[in-house]
Design a binder for this molecule. Structure first.
Ligand code: ZN
Length: 133
């Protein structure tokens, strides 16, 4: 599998408005706008950092995955996303290596990227996202 770079770091927040206070007003990162991904019950906001980005994640529903994450662990770092050259090949390779996947097939995430999550049980506790843009 060819990993090109860290695409973004996903951070779970109770509110993107509050998150912006720190990430944009204090750190000075540029706010690139927000986008709601209904299928994931999440609103995301991206802040470019060099060649990567910080992604804030706010749940749109109490039963969404981000709401459940915050309920269990509190707000904070949620996932790391690696950009891969070919997500289909990467998932096939991981499956062959016996890695437990949350998404067996890529789905469409924020910004129209093709994304898939690996199960934290298979990664030493880190939620890993692969993305292809
Ligand atoms: Zn992400």
């Amino acid at each position: 599998m060819e990993i090109l770079k860290i695409d973004h770091l996903g951070i779970a927040v109770n509110s993107i408005g509050d998150g912006k206070n720190f990430w944009s007003d204090i750190l000075g990162l540029r706010f690139e706008g927000s986008e709601t991904v209904e299928t994931q019950k999440v609103t995301t906001a991206f802040f470019p950092v060099g060649d990567s980005e910080v992604e804030l994640l706010e749940s749109t529903s109490p039963d969404g995955p981000v709401a459940k994450f915050i309920e269990k662990k509190g707000p904070g770092f949620q996932h790391v996303a690696f950009r891969v050259a070919n997500i289909d090949a990467a998932l096939k390779e991981l499956k062959e290596k016996g890695i437990q996947l949350i998404d067996e097939q890529p789905r469409i995430g924020a910004g129209g990227a093709r994304i898939a999550f690996l199960h934290p049980k298979a990664t030493g506790g880190v939620l890993v996202e692969l993305c292809e843009r």
